[in-house]
Design a protein around this ligand. Structure first.
Ligand SMILES: Cc1ncc(COP(=O)(O)O)c(C=O)c1O
Length: 300
């Protein structure tokens, strides 16, 4: 892999020099928040929304990065500029910001935080084939965090439930993408993506009580509005997924990804649905790039 340049604790360093101490609470106890944006043709997409969410996460967990949101934004854009000469070969980038609590015996006296902004190529291989075939999904047994234990609106690295959900989905189907439910059995989200169903022409998605407020999810709402497609937030159960006409995930790298089966049952006719395709096309138009074509070129 090419040597990308990262921002780490006030300095610009080669990616390989980003090293977190094993005594940092970010590593020790998952005491770290983060965010991830992507580029289209090298230009960052909705950076402000991503950094707004990062600063909400920081505030909620009471972590001070020692940088203003504006400084974080400037550093993120500079990270992209510094790595721009290496971009063409890989298509586009993700830009990730993370802040750990730093070393300390107790949360309240830990520090200083480790602050990083890093740029990596989008892993198109992970999802490219699913634009045409649709991703298989599996409803995992392991649940999402409840708002009472760890609010899912915070974007953090304490993700062991997600890891277990991925293993459970893989047990059922090696290619499956997990969907988690909350403690009441309502569908919530996946391990890096929000979920949507389409039933009788209406786009349906869980409300934001038990999910991360995805920036791509917000974009789906904007595009649905632009295309005059009805869209609602409501509690959804596995029944709704099994009987939907279409389903799709939204997430920063794939944008919109068709989902064509759940627990090995076909969703609709088992092919990516027309509303899913229209949303993808409208998104491509908005950012001036053929999202599917690019993914297939770099990860097909
Ligand atoms: C748990 C979870 N849900 C949803 C998403 C999708 O959010 P976004 O659209 O901002 O990438 C992510 C992104 O990583 C996530 O980690």
């Amino acid at each position: 892999m090419a040597e990308y340049t990262a921002y780490f604790n006030g300095e610009w360093v080669p990616f390989g020099e980003v090293k977190i101490s094993p005594l940092d609470r970010g590593f020790e106890v998952g005491d770290v928040v983060f965010d991830v944006a992507r580029t289209f043709n090298g230009k960052s997409f909705r950076m402000k929304e991503h950094l707004d969410r990062l600063y909400r996460s920081l505030k909620y967990v009471r972590l001070d990065p020692g940088l203003s949101q504006e400084e974080f934004s400037d550093i993120s854009e500079e990270a992209l500029e510094r790595n721009e000469p290496l971009r063409e070969e890989v298509g586009d980038y993700t830009v990730r910001q993370f802040v750990t609590r730093g070393p300390g015996a107790w949360t309240h006296d830990a520090g200083p935080p480790a602050v990083c902004v890093m740029v990596t190529p989008i892993s198109f291989k992970r999802f490219a084939s699913h634009y045409n075939d649709g991703a298989p999904s599996v409803i995992a047994r392991t649940r999402s965090f409840s708002t009472e234990s760890l609010d899912p609106k915070v974007k953090h690295y304490s993700r062991m439930n997600f890891n277990l959900a991925e293993l459970e989905a893989h047990d059922v189907d090696p290619n499956a993408w997990p969907i988690l439910t909350d403690i009441d059995g309502n569908l919530t989200e996946g391990t890096g993506y929000n979920m949507f169903l389409v039933t009788d022409g209406v786009i349906r998605t869980p409300g934001d009580r038990s999910i991360l407020q995805g920036v791509s999810r917000g974009m789906v709402f904007d595009l649905a509005d632009q295309l005059n497609m009805p869209i609602v937030e409501e509690d959804l159960q596995p029944y709704d997924l099994y009987t939907a006409d279409e389903a799709f995930f939204s997430g920063t790298s794939p944008c919109v990804l068709p989902v064509t089966s759940a627990d090995k049952r076909d969703i609709g006719d088992g092919n990516p649905g027309p509303i899913t395709q229209q949303l993808l096309a409208a998104w491509s138009e908005r950012v001036g790039i053929d999202i599917v074509g690019q993914a297939l070129r770099h990860g097909g």
